[in-house]
Design a protein around this ligand. Structure first.
Ligand code: SAH
Length: 370
């Protein structure tokens, strides 16, 4: 198992340096498997900055690999912003082809740290309230491009004697629209010989792609599942989430129930609170009916306003009232604490502010099972 994950990592680094795969890289430099182990471990466990600094490798080998463009990182920080309270750090990262993605580090009180990472450049699902969705889809990230966002913040935290305790796939893109690469990134994050983050500390958030929820049910891993529900009826959800036309609420909820039956794992439902759209008591009751009696938890999310969106967030009072209705129905809820609002830390916001906006239509491909 160890070598499979290492080889996957080496393959991606080799390809980016222009080799056909890891085997041809190893051949070009007569690298024995233990050398590949050293490279992999240096990047994923020891969090060494670059090939030139891997002291277990002979100096001439380091020089030749670096010259040839073999690099430990596939994402380059372009803008790093820290919130005034120091708890939130946002990174805008450039990929080798010039595309940019965002990730966010949150350092909570009590030592917990969460990194929110992106799985795609852009997103094809065009949710009305989401800055990433407004800009359209560009491309899937590779597993190492996803993983290297975590590596960046793990290195940043290490300078303060801290570690990443949680990873959430809640950055740009739809993780289940890039299923294979996301699962490989999960393997890289989890590998006990490398990065070593436990499955239970990882959460994948999806817009609600039913075939992939079914596939994920069969993975047999303890990674958490979060569903972006955001509205309890087809009418309301369809108005803000085009994906609802393909997989309406009833189908989505059936897939969720089947997931819990199969895995015995709780599902987290995200519900972004939008003024006059989904935040009235009747919506709360309808949501409560969908949730009641299941192993479900509702996360009410205060909306972070984005430049082009036509919607506004609910005020705190409305959020509390909405939560009370769910409480009374016996549905477990939490209200997410907004972080990093002073640095535009919500999904896609930083990129929206630094790049010219071109609005694209949602890609048809997004709605086909992959
Ligand atoms: N495609 C995945 C991951 C998206 S981002 C998904 O849809 O779940 C993670 C969460 O942030 C989603 O629930 C998304 O709907 C929500 N979100 C997007 N923009 C937001 C904003 N401006 N304010 C608050 N939450 C937002």
């Amino acid at each position: 198992m160890k070598n499979l994950i290492r080889d996957l990592w080496v393959d991606e680094k080799a390809r980016r340096a222009g080799f056909a795969d890891g085997a041809s890289l190893a051949e070009a430099y007569a690298l024995k498997p233990y050398r590949l182990d050293q490279l992999y471990r240096a990047a994923t466990k020891e969090l060494i900055e670059n090939v030139a600094s891997i002291s277990v490798l002979p100096a001439d080998l380091r020089a030749r690999l670096s010259e040839r463009g073999v690099a430990l990182d596939s994402v380059e920080p372009v803008v790093i912003l820290r919130s005034n309270d120091g708890q939130t750090t946002k990174g805008l990262f450039r990929l080798h082809d010039g595309n940019e993605v965002e990730s966010v580090l949150m350092e909570h009180w009590g030592g917990r740290t969460t990194v929110c990472i992106s799985s795609q450049a852009g997103c094809a699902f065009a949710c009305a309230f989401c800055a990433t969705g407004q800009a359209g889809f560009t491309r899937n990230l590779t597993a190492d491009e996803i993983f290297d966002q975590a590596r960046y913040f793990a290195r940043d935290l290490a300078t303060r004697g801290k570690k990443i305790t949680n990873i959430v796939f809640m950055g740009m893109g739809e993780p289940f629209h890039n299923y294979a690469a996301v699962m490989n990134a999960v393997r890289l994050l989890n590998d006990p010989h490398g990065f070593g983050l436990g499955h239970r500390h990882i959460t994948i958030s999806t817009v609600g792609l039913v075939p992939q929820i079914e596939r994920f049910s069969d993975e047999g891993i303890q990674v958490n599942l979060a569903i972006s529900l955001h509205a309890p009826t087809d009418e309301q959800r369809g108005a803000i989430m085009p994906v609802n036309k393909r997989w309406p609420v009833a189908e989505l909820m059936a897939a969720c129930a089947a997931y819990v039956t199969k895995t015995h794992r709780k599902i987290f439902f995200e519900y972004v609170m939008l003024r006059g759209v989904n935040d009235d008591d009747e919506s709360a009751r309808a949501l409560g009916k969908l949730m009641r009696g299941h192993l479900y938890h509702v996360n009410l999310i205060p909306y972070n306003s984005t430049p082009d969106a036509a919607v506004q967030g609910s005020d705190d009072q409305r959020i509390r009232a909405f939560q009370k209705v769910l409480d009374e129905m016996g549905v477990p809820t939490t209200v997410r604490t907004p972080m990093g609002r002073d640095i535009a830390a919500a999904c896609g916001q930083l990129q929206a502010e630094t790049q010219p906006r071109v609005k694209k239509a949602p890609a048809e491909v997004a709605l086909a099972p992959s």
